[in-house]
Each structure stands twice: as C-alpha cells, then as structure tokens.
Write a protein that binds this ligand. Sequence first.
Ligand code: ZN
Length: 229
Amino acid sequence: MIENANEVKNVHFLTLGLNYINDPFTFFFVFLVCKLWKRITKAHYFWKNLCDSLEFDPPNPQSRKYKTYHSIFLKNVHQLCTYCQQDFGSKQTSISKINFKLNILQDYCLDRWNFYRPTPIFKTRINYDFCEYLVDELEPLVEPSIVKGTELKLCLNCAIKKKEFLFNSIRQLKDSIYIKLKEVKYTKFFFKDIIRVVLRNLYKILKEDYLYIEKYGGAVKNYDFPKNL
Ligand SMILES: [Zn+2]
C-alpha cells in the first residue's frame, strides 16, 4: 500500500508494468535487460502471490540460501542454477558440449595411461608420467554432473564464468604441454599416440569443433563410437 507521495516517486515504472504479467518466464526475460530491472523483478510481489497460490513454504529469514519468494519458487520448480543456487538456471548446450569433449579426451588419456604402465620388460616411466599429468590436468575441467549423467542448469552469469574458466584452463594446459615438450624428448610414436591427439583436440574445443580421434573412429560426436585401442 502506498502511503505518501514520496513512495509514489520511488515506485519504478517497471514495477507497475509487471503488475500486468502473470507468467514467470516473461519475468525471466525481463531479468536479462539490466541489473536494476533484475533487482526490481526479483523483488516483485508477483513471486509471493505465486508461491502462496502454489502453497510453497514462505522464505525463512534464518536460512542462508532461500531468503526471497523468488528463490523459493526456483527451488520448488527445480530451475535453480546448479552453481549459485540463487538464480534461474537453464540448460547450457554449449557448455555441455565442451564438457562432453573434455570428458572424452580425459577418457582417452586414461586409456593411454593404462597402456603405458611400466612392466618388468618396458620399465620406462616418462610416457606413463606424461599420461598421468594429462589425466590430472583434465580432471578439474570435467564437470562431475556430466559423469553422473545429471543435467547442468546454469544462470547466465555462472554460464559466462564457467565458459571463461574452461577456455582459460584449456589455453593454459596447451601452453604447459608445449613447455614440457621443450624439457623432455618423447618418442615419435608417443607423440603421435597422445601428445598430438591432445593438442589437436584442445584446439578443436576452443574452436567449438568436433573432437577428432583416429582410435575412436575419427570425428567424435557422441558417446556412441567404436574404440580401437
Ligand atoms: Zn548461477
């Protein structure tokens, strides 16, 4: 209820416009306009009415995460961003694709790591150690949810940050492989078998191209490929 003229001045025109909207997805589009509109939209009475009508529990002021009606709604409709759990999360196809490629590449490195395990006859460890290093470097880049097969839903902010993180890490990994190549002399066979494959595919991920792994039958577009290791 508006009690004095000052309050009227402080009511943003957007608040009034939103009074005529009764669909959460239109609200989510309004979020994208700017930070101010996002703040106004999130605080709108609409969310309280919606939560009340759906009989969701009201926000608990003691709780750390779900302080607003808006967050209560997202929690209950399972559309929360997997990372920040504060905002509307939607499927991120481009990030899922990058994750899929990193997962396949790490899988390939794991296979090769086993292959180069030292035996009483072939005692050399440098190939084995290099594969281990690749597996370890790729580990933090592979999204655990993709391994578990659950869906990754991210808000716009987290999606941008995630993609930046992945691309920066891939560039760093590429650079650190080149540094290692200067320090240690690997055999031609080993270079072709793993180093070239990894470098080529890191470039492909950055260019958002399909992976290309000969031992996996060439272009890898999904998990359905013949392994010829
Ligand atoms: Zn988020």
